[in-house]
Structures are given as structure tokens and as C-alpha cells.
Write a protein that binds this ligand. Structure first.
Ligand code: ZN
Length: 129
């Protein structure tokens, strides 16, 4: 199954949507980058690799022995698409931090949702539309 608004599989699209905050600085396709240069966590890079959303640049490492990666166009497109749709539509969560994209959450149970970006906990009953 694929996501209706991106070219990603649904599971990858959901993952990207939940990590928009971390992925907002993803370099455009064609550029070679390291995790330290982009500020993207190694944990995130590992997930991207597993999902085939970035590729390793064979044999190239920086002075600190970090690998270089290239962004897959479908990931870059998805990040741009999610960014556009999240500014156009209401946020999923009404976070107090106005800069928070409020586009992903972790279910804490008992009807409580924790924003995966700013960490604010919301009562599910208050945000259901
Ligand atoms: Zn938030």
C-alpha cells in the first residue's frame, strides 16, 4: 500500500510524517552529506537507510570517519509535501509552542497523546474532531 499524497509506502510515509521535525533539514537529492553536517541524528539516519530513503556513498568518509549519504528523491519530495500540507491544514495537535508542527504523536494510553515534536501531552477528547 502506498500513501495517497507521497510516493512512499504507507509505513514509511507515516514514519516520515512522525519525524518531520528531525527531517526538516534533509539535504536535496544529489548532495553528499554526513549526520554531523546536517544535525540529523545517527539513529534517524539508520532508520532512513533501512527504509531505503537514503543511500550510503561507497567508500567516502569525513575526517571523523563519518559516512556520507545521499537523499533519495522520493524522501525529499515527501518532506516537502508534508511541510506544505502541514502549513495549509490545521495541525493534528494544538500544541502551545506555535512553532511546533504538531504533526505526530505517541499514544500514552488512557486517552493521552504525547506530541512527538515538543513533548506536550494532550487529552485525546480535547483534540478529536
Ligand atoms: Zn508539539
Amino acid at each position: 500500500m502506498s500513501d495517497p499524497i507521497t510516493k512512499l509506502e504507507t509505513s514509511s510515509a507515516n514514519w516520515v510524517r512522525n519525524h518531520m521535525y528531525e527531517l526538516s533539514g534533509i539535504p536535496e537529492p544529489g548532495r553528499e552529506w554526513t549526520s554531523s553536517e546536517t544535525g540529523i541524528d545517527d539513529r534517524i539516519v539508520t532508520s532512513l537507510l533501512k527504509r531505503g530513503l537514503v543511500e550510503r556513498v561507497a567508500g567516502k568518509r569525513d575526517d571523523s570517519d563519518r559516512r556520507y549519504y545521499r537523499t533519495q528523491p522520493k524522501l525529499y519530495d515527501a518532506v516537502q509535501t508534508f511541510r506544505e500540507t502541514s502549513t495549509r491544514t490545521d495541525r493534528l495537535l494544538p500544541c502551545d509552542d506555535r512553532e511546533c508542527p504538531g504533526s505526530g504523536f505517541r499514544n500514552l494510553g488512557d486517552g493521552r497523546l504525547e506530541c512527538s515534536h515538543c513533548g506536550q501531552v494532550h487529552d485525546k477528547g480535547a483534540i478529536d474532531r
